[in-house]
Design a protein around this ligand. Structure first.
Ligand code: DP6
Length: 322
């Protein structure tokens, strides 16, 4: 039977950058994120005894190389768990440009995990789904549970998974994604992770993580938006510094990225409470509270070269929708 899963992308407030175990995708630090209501992947999976090999369609294109291999590897894990050899047909669609820092691997592997597990007849706990999604793409483990999420790094396959800190309706935080670039990135985040430790700043990043995570959890608990925003912004700059100082250096920003950052900081100095974060791509995530989002969108529209703004509220995690 065909199952269709819908999974949100998520934005990391505290980032996952650098792995303890590359194959198992166990991170060197824990991370905190919010699932996003406006950017998601829909993935249908059907196991079919008549198929000689897996068929993988992503955004209406039949994949034959790297992308297919990653999906097939993930299907193999799920087949092994279910004890069946049957090949599958997978049809996955993103409602946003993939590979541009809007976490398509997170929503993609969360939807694939839930869709494939359901189609093969496995009924798994949220924890198990999160553990499995992590094997496809680390950040995907955070797109399984609802709302505001913590991924505890753990130190083994069975201890590294994400869980909900607060449900989506806990706090009306908005993430306005400013799309400045639509092209896929040259260096994938999977490759980027392997370079993290070559930055001279990586060690100090990791040593400050424990207290940063405690502080952001307190800001979430107290609903202290200024504190939350400052930590989010400082963390994004910290991760991008590590990226830019790794060997070889990684620059995900475009000129428009920096222009937007400077505008955000200027508007903030004028009293508008907004902050930014950026993942492994040029697009900027503007973080504000629901009550100021209309005003912020107006400001953002006045910027040159903005292609698109995608508005997000906190969202539920992955669900079967058929
Ligand atoms: C910068 O989850 O894409 O978005 O585990 O290799 O698939 P893989 O990496 P991925 O890394 C995401 C990195 C990030 C930060 C984050 O989302 O925490």
């Amino acid at each position: 039977m065909k199952y269709t899963a819908k999974a949100p992308a998520n934005i990391a407030f505290i980032k996952y950058w650098g792995k303890r175990d590359e194959k198992l995708r166990i991170p060197l630090n824990g991370s905190i994120s919010m699932n996003l209501s406006g950017v998601f992947t829909l993935t249908s999976v059907e196991f079919d005894k008549s198929l000689k090999e897996d068929q993988v369609w992503i955004d209406k294109k039949l994949e034959r190389k790297k992308e297919k291999e990653r999906v097939v590897n993930h299907l193999d894990i799920i087949r092994k768990l279910a004890g069946i050899p049957t090949k599958a047909s997978v049809n996955s669609e993103n409602n946003f440009p993939k590979g541009t820092g809007i976490a398509s691997s997170a929503s993609g592997f969360a939807a694939l995990t839930l869709g494939a597990a359901s189609a093969v007849g496995l009924s798994l706990s949220e924890k198990k789904l999160s553990l499995l999604a992590r094997l496809g793409s680390g950040s995907a483990c955070r797109s399984i549970p609802d709302g505001f999420v913590e991924w505890k790094a753990g130190n083994s396959d069975g201890t590294s998974y994400a869980r909900t800190l607060y449900p989506p309706d806990y706090w009306d935080i908005r993430d306005l994604i400013i799309v400045v670039g639509q092209k896929g990135k040259k260096v994938s985040s999977t490759e980027g992770h392997t370079l993290a430790e070559s930055s001279p700043f990586f060690k100090s990043r990791i040593s400050g993580m424990g207290s940063k995570i405690r502080e952001i959890k307190k800001a979430l608990k107290d609903k202290d938006f200024s504190k939350l925003g400052h930590i989010i912004e400082e963390e994004a700059i910290n991760m991008h510094t590590v990226m830019m100082t790794s060997n070889p250096p990684l620059f995900y920003w475009l000129p428009e990225t920096l222009e937007t950052i400077l505008s955000i900081q200027y508007w903030r100095s004028q009293g508008l409470e907004i902050y930014f974060t950026i993942d492994a791509g040029p697009n900027i995530h503007v973080i504000c509270e629901g009550k100021s989002s209309e005003k912020v969108i107006k400001k953002l529209r006045s910027l040159r070269k903005i292609r698109n703004i995608i508005e997000n509220k906190p969202s539920i995690g992955a669900r079967i929708i058929n």
